[in-house]
Ligand binder design. Structure first.
Ligand SMILES: [Zn+2]
Length: 352
């Protein structure tokens, strides 16, 4: 099968870090294995961190941890999905038997595999995953839009669900970063809460996308403080630099909550500010299967519309370059096969 393969890491990611290769197809040899014919694979900033050697991973590696497609082959124990079923792929692959998973903390499962990070992922024609990670979707669903829910949408939804549990009418939520996750977060907060939503992004096109997605206002980082005379009750930081953490924490009103999703920076804050402002600091790491079902239901009913830019599989390097240069509006998605794009169905996902 065709795949875009990472063979080395780079101190500075070059223009063509991946090579198009013909590699053996994965097979569904394990009892609950599922091989998915990849319809769409999202291109995530984490892929740039992997190429930069900032996260541990094997080499060679096929990137792509945000995947959707059609069931192609199933192991002998698989009963809940059949060949041909359109599915989106929960990003963690494990048996579900560990104590953390039984509590809904799939991200903490010991020994879990993450296609595209710890094992081969979806920058290829076929992907090995398992039955437990399958979320079947309607046959006419737009897999290129739904693929981005399995990572960007999943983390954005978990963060927004946490934030909106704290927001009352009249409160303000600030969303830092109107990119792959942030543009979804704007829509999710609008769908789940009556709060006022302010998006923050230095990029004018991203701010315009945030307004299109339903933000009440979109400002540059320098304009944030002036746009918040009463402070924000929740700040969702999808960028995660020293600067965004500092400005996000400074933007909180009394008792407000800063939710970190993006990573890379650090928080430096006098404890007096935490105490006197009763500030809350939380982190969100991906999400669980239930979160994926819920955000997919929002997308299938048109309440969340991912903005995707499509690239053929062979153009993975171009997509990564565009992401690195800030040229991607919304989320870049690779499409190894035609046929993944159609109207978004007014229907529901069918969790296993
Ligand atoms: Zn990601």
């Amino acid at each position: 099968m065709r795949a875009m393969v990472m063979r080395e890491t780079f101190s500075r990611v070059p223009s063509a870090p991946l090579t198009l290769e013909d590699v053996p197809m994965p097979r569904a040899e394990g009892l609950f294995d599922v091989v998915v014919r990849v319809g769409a694979a999202g291109v995530c900033r984490t892929d740039l961190h992997l190429l930069g050697g900032e996260l541990p991973h094997p080499l060679p590696l096929i990137l792509g941890h945000e995947n959707a497609g059609w069931v192609h082959e199933v192991g002998p124990g698989v009963t809940r999905v059949a060949v041909g079923t359109p599915v989106i792929c929960y990003p963690f692959v494990n048996d579900g038997l560990s104590a953390p998973e039984r509590s809904g903390h799939d991200a903490c499962a010991p020994g879990r595999r993450t296609p595209g990070i710890t094992v081969d992922g979806g920058y290829a024609e076929y992907l090995l995953t398992n039955e437990r990670s399958m979320l079947p979707v309607p046959p006419d669903a737009d897999l290129t839009a739904l693929a981005v829910l399995t990572d960007a949408g999943l983390a954005a939804y978990r963060a927004c669900k946490r934030a909106t549990s704290l927001l009352r009418p009249g409160d303000t939520a600030v969303i830092i970063g109107a990119g792959g996750l942030g543009h979804l977060a704007v829509q999710i907060v609008r769908a789940l809460s009556p709060a006022n939503v302010i998006a923050v992004d230095p990029n004018q096109a991203a701010r315009q996308l945030a307004i299109t997605c339903g933000a009440h206002a979109a400002v540059t980082p320098g304009e944030l403080a002036a746009s918040l005379p009463d402070g924000a009750h929740a700040v969702l930081d999808f960028v995660g630099t020293d600067a965004t953490a500092a400005s996000g924490l400074a933007a909180l009103d009394f008792g407000g909550t800063y939710i970190a999703v993006g990573i890379g920076g650090a928080i430096t804050l006098p404890l007096s500010e935490v105490v006197e402002g009763e500030k809350h600091i939380e982190g969100i790491y991906v999400g669980n299967y239930t979160d994926l079902v819920e955000v997919t239901a929002l997308a299938l009913t048109g309440q969340v519309k991912p903005h995707v830019v499509r690239y053929p599989l062979e153009a993975a390097n171009e997509a990564l370059n565009d992401l690195q240069a800030g040229r991607v509006l919304g989320r870049a998605v690779l499409t190894p096969f035609e046929g993944a794009t159609s109207v978004v169905a007014s229907n529901s996902p069918t969790p296993l």
